[in-house]
Design a binder for this molecule. Structure first.
Ligand code: 5GP
Length: 347
């Protein structure tokens, strides 16, 4: 069955927001640890078959973020999310999260970053053969340029001091908030400092001007890019530069920006048909109640990809990771070994 194949397949996850990735069990555990009982129960998962608006999703993130308001819970959440990805046979993960402070708990942006890094360190020690994890610091576009500058400065510092764990910067947050062009200079600074850039783009229509400017940096990967193909100059730039797109099928449909997975609605098909590189990702596996295996299964069902094509797609993702060439070589060997050992699955 395809479900078993996609589950067993070794996978690379390149677009996973920490707080959106918390499973229901992890959320319950964090609620039980919340001794001040500040959390009144609220919806944090979009059930199978349900849809919400993008605004609903951003409201949910803010609810979940109240549960990760101190260093201990952030470290716990980081480890729980990595363990979930290990269970889904993800062998390389780039986790992203928005550093934030909280005066009530003494959390600072710096201690936020430290807590995520400690979680990664402890968890990957436990699973050293199973997974490698890197960290992207996220800029939330709702929060303005000063916050973004702090985040980029932290990313530059931790790129040097985190033993290669911090590899880049993510630009995300509600696309209706502010003009993305406000962040152009700080994103350029990040890139010039050797950080890799994964930028959310064109999640909604009408952002053509900011899209063109953001593409001029250029980003190393594009998050979603839902409506980029409708904007001719943008599509041309993305094609010429061969910038990979991070495609999050369930997220797009449940978040209400795309009507369905079908060819007439979902942009994955368009990019696939013209041979543009893309990677399948979960985005927020907790909120959208999905797994990376499930995303591969949906992609196969909607596009008719064979097992060999799914294997090639998951192996190709290695080309687009932000870690070093040594890591890429190791991962490619892992994929080839897995295929040799599972040749009967391809018959
Ligand atoms: P965190 O950064 O707190 O670990 O993860 C949640 C945050 O990720 C959200 O507040 C939001 O800024 C960002 N995020 C998660 N999913 C999406 C998405 O689909 N689109 C955009 N633009 N931002 C997202």
């Amino acid at each position: 069955m395809m479900e078993q194949f996609t589950e067993a397949l070794p996978k690379v996850e390149l677009h996973a927001h920490l707080n959106g990735s918390l499973s229901e069990e992890t959320i319950q555990r964090l609620i039980s640890l919340d001794t001040k009982n500040t959390f009144t129960s609220a919806e944090t998962v979009i059930a199978k078959g349900s849809k919400r608006t993008l605004k609903d999703c951003f409201d949910m993130f803010q609810i979940i973020q109240r549960l990760t308001a101190d260093a201990e819970s952030i470290k716990y959440a980081t480890k729980a999310v990595i363990n979930d990805f290990v269970a889904d046979h993800v062998c390389y993960l780039e986790l992203r999260s928005t550093p934030r402070g909280n005066s009530a708990t003494g959390l600072t942006k710096r201690s936020y970053v430290e807590a995520v890094l400690e979680g990664i360190e402890e968890c990957t020690k436990e699973h050293s053969d199973a997974i490698e994890v890197r960290f992207l610091l996220s800029i939330d576009r709702r929060l303005g340029i000063e916050e973004a500058e702090d985040t980029v400065n932290l990313a530059i510092e931790y790129k040097k001091s985190s033993k290669g764990r911090v590899v880049g910067v993510d630009f995300s947050g509600d696309p209706n908030a502010r003009d993305g062009r406000e962040y152009l200079e700080i994103l350029k600074k990040a890139k010039q400092s050797g950080l890799r850039l994964a930028l959310h783009m064109a999640e909604i229509r009408g952002l053509q001007r900011e899209n063109i400017d953001l593409l001029s940096i250029p980003p190393d990967r594009i998050g979603h890019g839902t409506f980029l193909h409708e904007e001719l100059p943008c599509e041309d730039i993305v094609r010429k530069r061969q910038i990979p797109l991070e495609i999050c099928l369930t997220s797009n449909v449940k978040g209400g920006t795309v009507e369905s997975f079908a060819e007439e609605h979902h942009h994955m098909h368009r990019w696939k048909n013209i041979g543009q590189p893309f990677v399948l990702c979960t985005d927020d596996k907790g909120v959208f109640s999905t797994t990376l295996s499930n995303e591969y299964r949906i992609a196969a069902a909607e596009s008719g990809m064979t097992r060999q094509e799914l294997f090639d797609l998951s192996k190709r993702c290695i080309d687009f990771i932000f870690a070093s060439d040594d890591v890429k070589t190791r991962l490619r060997w892992k994929w080839d070994t897995w295929k040799e050992q599972h040749s009967s699955l391809f018959l």
